[in-house]
Design a binder for this molecule. Structure first.
Ligand SMILES: C[S@@+](CC[C@H](N)C(=O)[O-])C[C@H]1O[C@@H](n2cnc3c(N)ncnc32)[C@H](O)[C@@H]1O
Length: 242
């Protein structure tokens, strides 16, 4: 199990409450900061997730930890009739809802407040489920993944996009320098919440990735698990089925 990293070291709140508070605080800055810290490459990774799912032609998709809805919006290109974006942070969802209305996508995408560890859906509901940069924020990773398996239809697709850590030289060293010095500086300059960016890089460095995350998916009961490292391994896309 990964070490539990929380956003606020001096707070007595549990990880889930702290994560909710942190994303509510940074919601207005989140999209801009995302582009800056990933040099815009996050858009390319999201498009890759869309192209994987498009081949499976899902009718309904659940995007967990949807945040400000970038992946949910991008996934309208799969042709899905219904996409539900779920998140514990009402602040992130408000930003997402405004983007959805401005694109007139409210008939396709519904945004709801909810917890990945207690999903408000029946067993075997969704053709596909996605989580982008969300799993490492779950308080109880295994509980969240078990809930996802429960509400996914048999043969349905589960696609995770998450940060990972490059294992090859010189990317490994470059990544360490970036997360240790550059990322916290960007956070200090641009964000209202400095500890948020320290948390984002610290949580990324300890979260299980590659084979370790594949093994967790297998332990939960997913099958057909594949991981696809992106951009020298700074992110990975995991594809699994039920
Ligand atoms: C880094 S953001 C990612 C947002 C979006 N998926 C994206 O790709 O930009 C992580 C999101 O996970 C949400 N989150 C964390 N724990 C959660 C949980 N237990 N249930 C639902 N959402 C959660 C946070 O509120 C936050 O919006």
């Amino acid at each position: 199990m990964s070490k539990k990293v929380k956003p606020y070291k001096d707070s007595d709140l549990g990880k889930k409450e702290q994560v909710k508070q942190m994303f509510d605080t940074i919601s207005d800055d989140y999209d801009g900061l995302n582009r800056v810290i990933s040099f815009g490459i996050d858009l390319k990774w999201r498009r890759k997730v869309v192209s994987i799912l498009k081949k499976k032609a899902p009718k309904n998709i659940l995007d967990i930890a949807t945040g400000t809805g970038d992946l949910a919006i991008a996934m309208t290109a799969t042709g899905a009739e219904k996409i539900i974006g779920l998140d514990i942070s009402p602040g992130m969802l408000e930003v997402g809802k405004a983007k959805i209305s401005s694109k007139s996508l409210q008939d396709t995408i519904e945004m709801i407040v909810g917890d990945s560890e207690n999903l408000p859906f029946d067993d075997n509901t969704f053709d596909a489920i996605t989580v982008a940069f969300g799993v490492r924020n779950f308080e109880n990773l295994e509980k969240g993944l078990s809930e996802i398996l429960r509400v996914l239809k048999p043969s349905g697709s589960f696609v995770v996009l998450e940060t990972s850590v490059p294992i090859k030289t010189p990317f490994k060293q470059g990544y360490r320098f970036y997360t240790k010095y550059i990322l916290p500086t960007i956070g200090k300059i641009f964000s209202k919440d400095r500890s948020a960016y320290a948390y984002l890089s610290e949580s990324a460095s300890v979260f299980p990735h590659g084979e370790a995350f594949n093994n967790i998916l297998g332990k939960i009961g997913f099958i057909g698990i594949e991981n696809k490292p992106q951009t020298f391994g700074v992110a990975s896309i995991y594809v699994a089925t039920k």
